[in-house]
Write a protein that binds this ligand. Structure first.
Ligand SMILES: [Zn+2]
Length: 1101
């Protein structure tokens, strides 16, 4: 080996993965059973030693090949190859002496660790077509979604209700139609109310066209439900789904059951809106729980259990229901204009999904802090009367829009930033200077502090400091201070990211290793690369742990194996973590070689605990991030776990025991990681139970994140993995962080929610914090607020930047206090509220049964809306459902939360998936929660001229007007792209014309579409080009879109998953949106009846 043979290293900052790329390679693995080598690898036989014959594998315990054994290629006595057969392929290099062990790690028995030279780099580098290349997408700013559109739903789908019949009986209140018309047309809504009149049966005939929708949609399920398809005749027979039984109504405490309440009746009146019956998630063999009933059987059983279906005419047109699409479109119209949003405004802030430009005029940008309401109640009693959640979501390192001013950095020298002596609040624009400028009054505790001499400044006639416009800390809601020595526990250093890849049999065969290696390469060398200053280390592991020296002075990486995992140490002193650019010539070939090096690895038990211990030791004192890729339950070595999943517990109260960690090992080590400022992103690829509840301690305690890819298949999930790793590693990163939220006297933070660790009750420790990290805080009163003054919140994040600077980022908000409940409702923000409620609900799952959590969620929704009715709309007719304007989406989001795999009922959600979704709910930012709750569905078959094209002024792709998440609104002759939580589904209706198909995917019949394809094929048509641009625009990820799943109506099994995302329809045990609102309404009527003040059944306060 010599340097000349290596390919020349590319320029450090140039994107290595350009636009011109070969097409995606075939998936490298043939699945767990396949075991075949990828053809690319087989094509390189001459370049590396042949794999050892099957019988030559050495015993696991000693990792030494039998002396002179047939597979041994070791040339140096006593210098055994690192272990699994694949590793024997490497030529040990005698010329390069092993680096000495780190000082203090005496060279006792650990000298088993051996340096190994890696195989020639050219072979593998050429041998593997880099799988990350096709994923490369241009960086996308999240597009302007709502640009001058003709209407929010395609004209043909708008079903106009009979206006006269919808008028409510009372005078002076805008009718439903007027209100809804206002929603559509952007009219002023002075009353800020939604009135949905409950109609008498039979008064409102179904909208024209609904019948045909019903028929078409039913056809969609012909494959899945023979009973339904059997009676889906063209004359529109009463095939559908039975009404809810009492068990299904269980989420609605207090209801008398279907027959008791006035509008209960059969719940299935939404034309064509029914989703398929609940089915086990059959996408993954793992997902099918052993107790689950097979598809056909299950639906038959349910049909038998339930009352016969009675056709019923619709009472409420689903199109009249409050829609997130309309709400977001209006918000975009209000805030997306040329006029930027000033944070000094006392109006509601733009919503999280809106594209806006904020100017920091004394309050933080809403990207950093969002309160659940803009006007704070002055007493706890008022808060309780509203039942609204009062809290704040802090996203301290959130990305700003390019059009926004970066956060200003201020250095106060050795003295550090000015703070209130009593409560330690940092200087901010809301502190008041008095006494000629010699004293400042703390805005939190009203303490009068002396102004230090060197900070003194005269006041103007209005009592304002003359320098207040030039000092950012007196002008901006968000600033960053250079931290003084007092804030530095240990010398800050640039962060180190250690990637630890499971290379056991499953990991290799599923293609995970190939894609993980590709993902790391992409994260390191594409686009902006890692955050500045970040160093990189690489570890692989199976039953032993393999370290790599990546020192830039080497020609290629050196491998060291520590076989004794019970006594873990790091065998490399220098070169374990390196600058990825300086060592590019070492790292890239290693990543290319990894899948080949372990191609024949038959070891099945990847250790995990030992890797955590090793990473802890390696990163101790410097901090950083451990990014782990794990395929199986660790059953070997430290932290080994038992298989404890038991389907008999599923869907019972005892299921909760599976949410708790099975032993303390991972939590204890996670706390050690926190102490050393090491966060952990855990990527799991379970093909069987992996005990995410226990393993996720690593990410939840350390401020990391959990990513899950059940039954990983490289071809299907590889793109997603690459996109996720890239986004995870490249986003803004801070280490060793402590977040402290301070509030005005009279309030305090009651509880913090998120992936964090609390050593005491006030300091939120985040071993790592990224631009996506979001912490929720529930506020509580311990006194009374002065309604004549503003209330204040300050969130201060002490952290180390990725390049090793210790900083304090301070966010400030001032909110007016109110004595009026109406102001609270008017200023409420449902997005932030639902984010907080979801975080609380997911956190409650450890102590409360899912059934009670669901009941409480529904109950709370009812209580809030009842409070509004009682206090703000008491004059309205009892038959009207009145929704506060700012909270009108709360029933829909509540329903979405109830339908989330984290909380929904049913035994078909695998425990690991439940845990994964609970982690998601706890960790997601407000914007991502909205993506999670409600999918984006773009119609592709009727694009306007400018849609799917980049807008020159914004630089973003113009997206079509989205369609609501209901099957009834999908045109069987149409094609739609659904985006949810970073994944895309491409839905083809049964009646799509051959010409349209040809233009979109290049074939003329649905049957010819490759249902396994994972990206939109390139066809030389304008429409195809537009659709691919829309796909990029729909996923607001730094890494472009992930994989695309094809769903052909009535043909593909994936339609079950697709239908499950249509939250307005009936899914699993959960109601349609219309039914849910009716049920809520019924309860509000019960609650609002004149009687004594009813105690809330449940409250977070
Ligand atoms: Zn103070």
């Amino acid at each position: 080996m010599n340097g000349a043979q290596l390919p020349p290293p590319p320029p450090p900052s140039a994107p290595q993965i350009g636009g011109q790329r070969p097409p995606p390679p075939p998936p490298p693995g043939a699945g767990p059973g396949g075991g075949a080598l990828p053809p690319q690898i087989q094509a390189q036989p001459g370049q590396r030693p042949p794999p050892p014959p099957p019988g030559s594998r050495p015993p696991m315990q000693n990792w030494r090949p039998a002396p002179g054994g047939p597979g041994a290629v070791v040339q140096q006595p006593g210098f055994a190859p690192p272990g699994p057969p694949a590793a024997q392929q490497y030529r040990p290099v005698a010329q390069q002496p092993p680096p000495g062990p780190p000082p203090g790690q005496a060279m006792h028995h650990h000298m088993q660790a051996r340096p190994q030279q890696l195989p020639p780099t050219q072979g593998p580098a050429r041998g593997i077509s880099p799988p990350q290349q096709p994923m490369q997408q241009p960086m996308q700013q999240y597009p302007q979604q709502y640009q001058q559109r003709p209407s929010y739903v395609p004209q043909q789908q708008i079903q106009q209700p009979p206006i006269q019949q919808m008028l409510p009986p009372t005078q002076g209140i805008p009718s439903l139609t007027q209100q809804m018309g206002g929603m559509n047309m952007g009219q002023q809504q002075q009353m800020q109310q939604q009135h949905i009149q409950q109609q008498q049966p039979g008064v409102h005939s179904p909208p024209p066209g609904s019948q045909s929708h019903k028929q078409r949609t039913r056809r969609a399920y012909a494959t899945f439900n023979p009973e339904v398809s059997g009676d889906a005749p063209s004359q529109g027979g009463p095939a559908g789904y039975p009404p809810m039984n009492n068990q299904q109504m269980a989420g609605f405490p207090g209801t008398a059951g279907p027959q008791g309440a006035p509008i209960t009746g059969p719940q299935t009146f939404v034309p064509g809106a029914q989703a398929p019956m609940p089915l086990p998630n059959t996408a993954s063999p793992y997902a099918r729980s052993p107790g689950a009933v097979p598809l056909g059987q299950q639906s038959q059983q349910q049909q038998q259990q339930q009352a016969p279906y009675e056709p019923q005419k619709p009472r409420i047109d689903p199109n009249q229901m409050p829609s997130p699409i309309t709400v977001h479109m209006h918000d975009q119209e209000s805030y997306g204009s040329a006029q930027p949003y000033s944070t000094a405004q006392r109006l509601n802030a733009p919503l999280a999904c809106t594209e806006f430009t904020a100017v920091d005029d004394g309050n933080s940008n809403p990207r950093f802090m969002r309160m659940t309401m803009g006007n704070l109640p002055h007493t706890e009693e008022l808060l309780k009367a509203s039942h609204l959640p009062l809290g704040i979501i802090v996203q301290p390192l959130a990305d700003l829009a390019p059009s926004e001013e970066p956060v200003k950095l201020i250095d106060f020298g050795e003295e550090g930033p000015i703070r209130c002596l009593r409560c330690k609040t940092y200087i901010n624009p809301h502190m008041v200077f008095i006494n000629g400028g010699k004293t400042f009054v703390c805005n939190m505790c009203r303490h009068e502090n002396d102004v230090p001499d060197d900070y003194f400044c005269n006041l103007d006639m209005a009592g304002k400091r003359l320098d207040s416009e030039t000092r950012p800390e007196l002008r901006n809601g968000t600033v960053e201070f250079v931290a003084t020595k007092d804030f530095i526990a240990r010398q800050p250093a640039p962060a180190s990211f250690v990637f630890a890849i499971d290379v056991s049999w499953n990991a290799v065969q599923s293609g995970m290793v190939t894609y993980a290696a590709a993902a790391i390469k992409e994260a390191l060398y594409s686009g902006p690369g890692l955050p500045s200053g970040v160093r990189v280390g690489i570890v692989t592991y199976d039953r032993s742990v393999h370290f790599y020296s990546l020192s830039p002075s080497l020609d290629q990486a050196q491998m060291m194996v520590v076989p004794d995992i019970m006594d873990m140490f790091v065998p490399i002193n220098e070169g374990f973590v390196v600058d990825p650019i300086e060592a590019e010539h070492v790292i890239k070939p290693l990543l290319d070689a990894l899948p080949i090096m372990f191609a024949n690895n038959r070891t099945a038990e990847p250790v995990l605990g030992a890797v955590v211990q090793a990473a802890h030791e390696a990163l101790r004192g410097r901090g950083g991030k451990l990014i782990m890729f794990q395929t199986a339950l660790p059953t070997f070595g430290p932290g080994s776990l038992k298989q404890r999943d038991d389907v008999k517990l599923h869907n019972t109260d005892k299921e909760r025991s599976l949410y708790e960690p099975q032993d303390a090992f991972y939590r204890e080590w996670a706390i050690k990681l926190v102490e050393d400022g090491i966060s952990c992103s855990l990527y799991v690829f379970p093909s069987a139970y992996i005990d995410a509840a226990t393993l996720s301690q690593l990410s939840t305690v350390t401020g990391g994140e959990l990513y899950s890819y059940p039954a990983f298949e490289g071809g299907r999930d590889g793109r997603r993995l690459v996109a996720d790793v890239r986004a995870d590693a490249q986003r803004t990163y801070g280490g060793s962080a402590v977040l402290r939220i301070r509030t005005s006297d009279g309030m305090r933070v009651d509880e913090h929610y998120g992936n964090l660790y609390m050593r005491n009750h006030v300091d939120v420790e985040l071993a790592g914090v990224t631009s996506d990290s979001a912490v929720g805080a529930l506020l509580q009163y311990d006194g009374k607020l002065d309604e004549k003054q503003d209330a204040y919140i300050q969130a201060a994040l002490l952290y180390t930047t990725s390049d090793g600077q210790r900083r304090i980022r301070v966010h400030n908000l001032a909110a007016p206090c109110t004595t009026l409940i109406g102001n609270m409702f008017r200023s409420s923000e449902v997005d932030a509220s639902m984010n907080l409620i979801a975080k609380m609900a997911a956190s409650d799952a450890l102590t409360t049964s899912l059934k009670s959590i669901r009941e409480k969620l529904t109950d709370r929704c009812v209580q809030i809306l009842t409070a509004y009715r009682r206090n703000c709309a008491s004059g309205s007719a009892p038959g009207q459902l009145i929704l506060p304007e700012a909270y009108k989406l709360s029933p829909l989001y509540n329903l979405a939360l109830l339908k989330s795999p984290a909380l929904r009922g049913g035994a078909d959600v695998p425990i690991d998936q439940r845990i994964f979704h609970m982690c998601l709910l706890r960790q997601l930012s407000v914007r991502k929660t909205m993506d999670y709750f409600y999918p984006t569905i773009a119609p592709l078959h009727m694009l306007a001229e400018n849609e799917g094209v980049v807008d020159e002024t914004t630089g973003a792709v113009v997206l079509p007007t989205f369609v609501r998440a209901s099957y009834s609104l999908l045109d069987p002759a149409g094609i739609y792209l659904l985006a949810s939580n970073g994944s895309l589904m491409l839905w083809f209706g049964r009646q799509v014309s051959p010409a349209l198909l040809q233009a979109v995917v290049g074939v003329s019949a649905l049957e010819q579409i490759d249902s396994k394809m994972h990206s939109i094929p390139e066809v030389a048509t304008e429409l195809n080009q537009k659709i691919r641009a829309i796909a990029d625009g729909l996923v607001p990820s730094r890494a472009g879109y992930a994989n695309v799943q094809v769903v052909r109506q009535g043909m593909d099994q994936a339609e079950v998953q697709f239908a499950a995302l249509l939250v307005e329809d009936r899914n699993n045990d959960n109601m349609t949106y219309v039914d849910f609102v009716c049920a809520i309404h019924r309860q509000i009527q019960v609650e609002a009846r004149p009687k004594g003040p009813s105690e809330p059944k449940w409250s977070y306060h």
